[in-house]
Design a protein around this ligand. Structure first.
Ligand SMILES: Nc1ncnc2c1ncn2[C@@H]1O[C@H](COP(=O)(O)OP(=O)(O)OP(=O)(O)O)[C@@H](O)[C@H]1O
Ligand SMILES: [Mg+2]
Length: 468
């Protein structure tokens, strides 16, 4: 299968109108056309050609309105049906005053695929096509393919039994999360700032090349449970049209496996490590030291005990010693079998890896306890932006009320405002109270339920602070 583009080399003006009338015939019999052919499969191994794919997408997007016979294709990895022209169908496009006919065909045409006319005027035509036009088609086609592609959520969780036989440790499902920034409860100006930051990043290829930095950006999302960290990540992926790699660090064996996993990630993706404080032993070194110290203390004690008892070892003591010995071996085994990914390993890989693989990647860490994190992990340059997601305030509540109840004002809003000012409640909890539990529940019922929930929460908090 191949697609070919044909265009006029040079035509005296009077002939052009004429030519248009008899397009079909002319294309077939008239020589002053240049034809460029793009084959579907290229190379020795007959890989699918990127150019072919890009052109297919471009044509599907630009020309389906004019082509009469269309063919519906389910293109692998694309979320919608792609309509392309049927075999032998031709579509025409004009570029800088030059007419171009596109056609796809199963058989290689007998016409020569390139003719050469060195006259200046003709050169201008040819350059316009081979340089500007084809470039534009390929670029647009790629962008359209990105827009149409089905996005994926990758995980490295070894839950499938066939997992070990796979060459890659990532497995994926289609990523379809409805989250977006509009429905996210958060201060409007902060949302705008984050959105702008992301868009600037995604368009910043030249900028990153210029400053000599790998094209990546790191975000740290922190805040209490249920404040929208995971939701925001999904919204980010939807905004940028990126894939998501959900990296479960606790199942990664060691640093080299981590490196391999990260090298395998594709461009245009968000790599997330949720609850970073729980998934990596941030104090690994110190804990080991402590263990060594404790075990040496135990040994010392034992020796001292031996000295105080009789010289000849009794059966009991022997057993006890063996038992202790076993215990130590066991605890050492335990530390060895758990993940050996170290903080410094993670940092090195994050810093180094991208320069090798290029392409745009966003890394996101989330945590409920920002204060626990090692300074090295979150310093500027590694995590470029720290975003705090916090308890629900009135502004956030209004977004949720609009999402869940489709209302922008209500007499009860003022009561809610008062309660939110004195209670710490997560957007997840507010959302839960606001959600319609039955069809007959209207805004009044939902808001009253929220007020009740907030009041009881505030009363509980009051009691707790009294006790303390
Ligand atoms: N800021 C928010 N805006 C809109 N909905 C929210 C927000 N925060 C939470 N929610 C709702 O609450 C649910 C849980 O939120 P989410 O999973 O994003 O919280 P989280 O911050 O990731 O919590 P955790 O720290 O426990 O992982 C979401 O499905 C969403 O419906
Ligand atoms: Mg979460």
């Amino acid at each position: 299968m191949f697609i070919y583009a044909m265009f006029q080399q040079y035509f005296p003006y009077e002939l052009r109108g004429h030519a248009h009338k008899y397009t079909q015939k002319l294309v077939t019999y008239f020589y002053p056309y240049i034809q460029i052919t793009f084959h579907e499969l290229t190379g020795e191994k007959l890989k699918r050609s990127d150019a072919y794919f890009a052109i297919q997408n471009y044509l599907a997007d630009h020309t389906t309105a004019t082509a009469k016979r269309l063919k519906a294709d389910v293109v692998k990895g694309s979320k919608s049906l792609v309509l392309t022209m049927d075999d032998h169908e031709q579509v025409m496009e004009e570029f800088q005053g030059i007419k171009i006919w596109w056609s796809s065909n199963k058989n290689t045409p007998k016409r020569p695929s390139f003719s050469f006319y060195p006259k200046t005027e003709e050169r201008r035509y040819r350059d316009a096509i081979t340089k500007s036009y084809i470039d534009k088609v390929l670029k647009d086609g790629k962008a359209i393919a990105v827009r149409n592609r089905e996005r994926k959520l990758y995980t490295n969780n070894p839950s499938d039994s066939w997992y070990e036989y796979q060459s890659t440790k990532w497995s994926h499902v289609q990523f379809e999360h409805p989250a977006n920034f509009e429905t996210l409860a958060m201060a409007e100006n902060e949302k705008e700032a984050i959105k702008n930051d992301l868009i600037k990043f995604s368009k910043g290829k030249e900028y990153y090349t210029k400053i000599g930095k790998p094209w990546k950006r790191g975000y740290l999302l922190y805040g209490p449970p249920g404040t929208g960290k995971s939701t925001m990540i999904a919204a980010m992926a939807n905004l940028l049209d990126y894939d998501i790699y959900d990296l479960e660090l606790t199942t990664v064996k060691d640093n080299s496996e981590l490196r391999k996993l990260l090298i395998e990630t594709t461009s245009k993706s968000i790599i997330i490590i949720e609850d970073i404080d729980c998934s990596i032993d941030l104090t690994g070194q110190r804990r080991k030291e402590k263990k060594k110290y404790e075990s040496s203390q135990r040994k010392k004690k034992k020796k001292a005990k031996k000295k105080t008892t009789k010289k000849g070892e009794s059966e009991e003591e022997k057993e006890g010693e063996d038992g202790n010995g076993d215990e130590e071996v066991e605890s050492e085994d335990e530390t060895e079998s758990s993940s050996k990914v170290t903080l410094s390993g993670l940092l090195n890989i994050i810093d180094g890896i991208w320069s090798a693989s290029g392409g745009e990647r966003v890394i996101i860490f989330t945590t409920n306890h920002v204060e626990k994190l090692d300074e090295a992990l979150i310093r500027k340059g590694r995590m470029d932006k720290h975003i705090e997601l916090s308890y629900c305030d009135f502004e956030g509540f209004k977004v949720l009320a609009k999402n869940y109840l489709s209302i922008e004002t209500h007499p009860l809003f003022e009561v809610v405002r008062g309660l939110l000012e004195k209670t710490k409640v997560s957007p997840a909890d507010v959302a839960e109270s606001l959600m319609q539990k039955a069809v007959e529940e209207d805004a009044d019922i939902c808001l009253n339920r929220l007020i009740r929930d907030l009041e009881s929460k505030s009363a509980k908090e009051g009691e707790q602070s009294k006790e303390a």
